[in-house]
Design a protein around this ligand. Structure first.
Ligand code: NAD
Length: 279
């Protein structure tokens, strides 16, 4: 199957890696040659690590990389049967991309969005064929985390939902079916839960070290909540939290003051070298 990936940022590069590793000819579209090359370099780096760890041979890596084509033109995705969009989380931008994809691709191609917090239906409305639009919500890092939430919007056809589900399944992922409700499954649960964890720090006068130790050793969490928010990125969590709060209006969904303050101080977690913890 020929696959298009729009945006080769954090998520798009990971999704393109999943696609080429699964054996698909894949066209990655970026907004500049430089960003496209950077996306390829990211994929090259992670496939190199897979070779070092013995999960892939050098021949397999080279064959996978040879399946990746780069472009700055959406029209080069014209003959893709599945296109997965992973551009910035902005509704007008995603609608613009989908309107153009709708014109550029064949009507039977599946168009998927990797949005975390936007409504798939509102993105699909920008097309003439909303029945072929679904959500494919990967988790970061996409090549590592198995889950893909396959999101059915009200207008999505059974065929489009099934095709997206089967593609993810054959690519070695663990797809689940869900509906176009705020936060889908995981974020709807995890965001207020992590917010509660952060509120407990101040309410109960607990240190991030002890909170994490408590949840790891008392509740079997593989990673403590503060370490998890640092890994996800405090800005990413705050953004998703605000989006969920806006849609559901429950106080638990709103980002706790402590997280907003960390964000304001530029302590965004692992990626900036400091969040709850220093790295
Ligand atoms: N980072 C995560 O943990 C995560 C997890 C799941 C889903 N998502 C979703 O994936 C999507 C991408 O997030 P990301 O973290 O990869 O972001 P990113 O900032 O790493 O990448 C953003 C991409 O958008 C592209 N872009 C920027 N401006 C553009 C424009 N005007 N036109 C077209 N493309 C443009 C960039 O070139 C880049 O490829 C978002 O919808 C986000 O909500 C993110």
């Amino acid at each position: 199957m020929k696959v298009g990936v729009v945006g080769l940022g954090t998520m798009g590069a990971g999704i393109a890696q999943v696609s080429i590793t699964a054996g698909h000819q894949t066209v990655g579209r970026e907004i500049s040659q430089e960003l496209a090359q950077r996306g390829r370099a990211t994929i090259n780096h992670y496939l190199g690590r897979a070779v070092e760890k013995g999960r892939m041979t050098t021949d397999e890596r080279d064959a996978a990389l040879a399946r990746l084509a780069l472009t700055t033109e959406l029209s080069d995705l014209a003959d893709c049967e599945l296109v997965i969009e992973a551009v910035l989380e902005e509704l007008p931008l995603k609608r613009e991309v989908f309107a153009e994809l709708d014109r550029a691709t064949r009507p039977e191609a599946i168009l998927a969005t990797n949005t975390s917090a936007l409504s798939v239906a509102e993105i699909a409305e920008a097309t003439q064929h909303p029945e072929r639009v679904v959500g494919m919500h990967f988790f970061n890092p996409a090549p590592v985390l198995p889950l893909v939430e396959i999101v059915r919007a009200p207008a999505s056809s059974d065929e489009a939902v099934r095709a997206a589900y089967e593609w993810a399944d054959r690519a070695g992922k663990r797809p689940v079916a869900c509906n176009d409700t705020p936060g889908f499954i995981v974020n709807r649960i995890l965001i207020p839960l992590l917010n509660d964890c952060v509120r407990v720090l101040d309410e109960a006068g607990v240190t991030p070290e002890d909170l994490d130790k408590a949840l790891v050793n008392g509740a079997g969490w593989p990673l403590g909540p503060c370490a998890l928010v640092d890994l996800v990125g405090i800005d990413v969590h705050v953004h998703a939290s605000e989006a969920l709060y806006e849609k559901l209006g429950q106080e638990r969904m709103a980002p706790p003051r402590r997280l907003v303050e960390l964000q304001q101080h530029g302590r965004l977690g692992r990626k900036t070298g400091a969040g709850f913890f220093d790295y």
